[in-house]
Design a protein around this ligand. Structure first.
Ligand SMILES: Nc1ccn([C@@H]2O[C@H](COP(=O)(O)O)[C@@H](O)[C@H]2O)c(=O)n1
Ligand SMILES: C[C@@]1(CO)OP(=O)(O)OP(=O)(O)OC[C@H]1O
Length: 158
């Protein structure tokens, strides 16, 4: 029988950081703060996958006290989680993720993001949904203080 998982993450926007979303570097005055590259979209996807197989969260597997993860591409976390899924006999059915960000518009980068996630997880990009919405000017994403992302993942026994 299939299983589902949910993931949520939020990161602050700061100057002096590259903006990386869905594994893709996007031109921006500010980037997401974090121990890794701060890729909020991939962190939500990571937690959705871990939740689907009943495992603990991204911070458990990749603690921010571990210098191995400092500044790394969050695609590495997806690659490691892919290995964990494989070891435990799970296959990904699909992933769907939403980014909540006032700017920039990510439409032009969506296909590149889906390709990056597809490669890291070893699944067809047709199994990956990535969407974005503004927060209509409300709250921390609306004020441009940060970005949030949520994701769901569905897995089946391989
Ligand atoms: N960071 C974002 C935010 C939104 N989009 C696209 O714009 C559409 C309209 O956004 P609303 O918040 O006004 O609903 C949305 O449906 C996305 O297609 C985006 O690309 N990047
Ligand atoms: C990914 C990790 C590890 O580098 O750090 P961050 O990039 O700060 O991300 P976060 O979602 O706050 O927590 C998970 C961390 O363990």
């Amino acid at each position: 029988m299939g299983r589902v998982g949910i993931g949520y993450d939020a990161h602050r926007l700061v100057t002096g950081r590259k903006l990386v979303l869905g594994g893709v570097a996007i031109p921006s005055e500010k980037g997401l703060h974090g121990h890794s590259d701060g890729d909020v979209l991939l962190h939500a996807i990571a937690d959705a996958l871990l939740g689907a197989i009943g495992e603990r969260d991204i911070g458990h597997f990749f603690p921010n006290s571990d210098s191995r993860w400092e500044g790394v591409s969050s695609l590495i976390f997806l690659e490691r989680i892919r290995e964990l899924l494989h070891r435990k006999g799970w296959a990904i059915e699909n992933i769907d993720a939403s980014l909540i960000a006032e700017a920039p518009k990510i439409g032009p980068y969506l296909e590149e993001m889906r390709a990056a996630v597809s490669q890291a997880l070893g699944i067809e990009s047709s199994r990956i949904g990535i969407k974005a919405t503004t927060n209509e000017g409300m709250g921390f994403p609306g004020r441009g203080e940060g970005m949030a992302a949520m994701a769901v993942a569905s897995v089946e026994k391989a």
